[in-house]
Design a binder for this molecule. Sequence first.
Ligand code: FE
Length: 209
Amino acid sequence: MRIGRRYTGSAAIAAALLVAGCGSEHGAGSADSATTTRPAGTSAGSGQTETARRCSGRPTIAETEGPYFKAGSPARTSLVQAGTGGTRLVLTGRVLTTSCTPVAGARLDFWQADASGSYDNSGYRLRGHQLTDAAGRFTLTTIVPGEYPGRTQHIHVKVKAPGKPELTTQLFLPGEPGNQRDAIFDPSLVMRVHDSGSGKAATFDFILG
Ligand code: FE
């Protein structure tokens, strides 16, 4: 089950970039600000958070797929199964065009490491896909992913809207020390996260160019 826990060469690249000072380009302020910009009066799962946020119109950047994508994930909005440990995370958001028009029927395929930083490469644990609703919205119930060598915490996703090229990218958590050591990290891909009960609630909108 525990197969290969790092991307080939990513640790070395991260180290090289850190030495070169590139890590500082991803200012901690940008990431940290993501924790404080949630609109007032919204709450986890209210469905209001995503509709209250403004659309920048800037396309979501692509990131490397990494070595652990598997086609054929099951259709499901919750990746939490019996025995899934870790901190619960509910991610809500939308898929939008650069004109900020919601995209219905966009396919989101998520995959991630478990709380200990391991991917399930023999099955489909912590993997699943879903379609956005008529308002372009999605909800993913999962856990906070663990770190593994060379990488900060992240959730992988492929977003495919009808008539548009597929976007492959990754989402990050705000304020994690590992963000500044990870050459793949980008502050534009940081989710807005806040505590919700015993877990966390997050939001992120994908904008397809
Ligand atoms: Fe990964």
